[in-house]
Write a protein that binds this ligand. Structure first.
Ligand SMILES: O=C(O)CCC(=O)C(=O)O
Length: 240
């Protein structure tokens, strides 16, 4: 069974949510009204990006990992390229209605793995995290799985291939610690960074939905969750 540390009050401090609705549309207001009332308080907020530290305890992380092994068996990891032809250091696969792909033809969502098979279903434990932190009945269409081996990183980018930015992006960290950098709504400018550890969950919604963000580095060997080390990030998005 999935256990959320957040629900049992471990290390959760209230955050300042001032101004979080500033950039929200009427549709976003409706989405927020449809939320269930049981959304837990995040531990910290940086520029409106909320972080739920230790949201998954170690047994929940192990059970989630089991489900992710089945996911990767059904939809093997890919080594994407940027549209400029540069290899990305992160390996990726997806689950859900759509998978996110990048290659010489550009960034896009596709309904099938390059093998021709549909993407596997998003694991139940992952959907439970989405429901718990967003309170939304609407489920995500895509669970992107990023695997960071030694030396992998992700450059600063905006998540903007989705139809409706009223829906938040939720991301789950498993394995080694990652230095997550948060920027602005346009490229450049001052940034702030936060270390993410195994079991942490991040939500980018409202004013923070379109902030540039990236992963500068992984602290290899900081978690025993993955036998060979490395980090898994799950990024959940509503696509259409
Ligand atoms: O690995 C992370 O924490 C962030 C991943 C991310 O930004 C993305 O997949 O768009």
């Amino acid at each position: 069974m999935l256990r959320f540390a957040g629900y049992i009050g471990m290390g959760i401090r209230p955050c300042n949510r001032t101004g979080q609705t500033k950039f929200m549309s009427c549709r976003a207001d409706r989405i927020m009204r449809e939320r269930q009332d049981t959304v837990p308080e995040p531990t910290i907020a940086v520029r409106g990006v909320t972080v739920f530290r230790e949201f998954l305890d170690s047994s929940a992380q192990v059970s989630m990992l089991e489900e992710l092994r089945d996911l990767v068996a059904a939809a093997p990891l890919l080594s994407p390229q940027t549209p400029y032809g540069r290899p990305m250091s992160v390996r990726m696969t997806s689950a859900g209605k759509y998978g996110w792909r990048s290659d010489r033809t550009g960034y896009r969502y596709e309904s099938r793995h390059p093998s021709g098979a549909p993407w596997p279903a998003i694991p139940g434990s992952v959907l439970s995290v989405w429901e718990a932190v967003t309170g939304l009945r609407r489920q995500p269409d895509c669970c992107l799985l990023n695997f960071y081996g030694a030396g992998a990183r992700m450059g600063m980018h905006q998540d903007r291939d989705e139809a409706d930015f009223s829906f938040p992006v939720v991301s789950v960290s498993l394995g080694d610690d990652a230095l997550f950098r948060i920027g602005n709504r346009t490229r450049g400018g001052r940034t702030e960074s936060v270390w993410l550890s195994s079991g942490d969950v991040v939500v980018m919604g409202g004013e923070s939905r379109l902030l540039y963000h990236g992963v500068d580095r992984i602290r290899h060997g900081t978690s025993g969750l993955l036998k060979e080390g490395g980090r898994i990030n799950l990024t959940l998005r509503v696509v259409d």
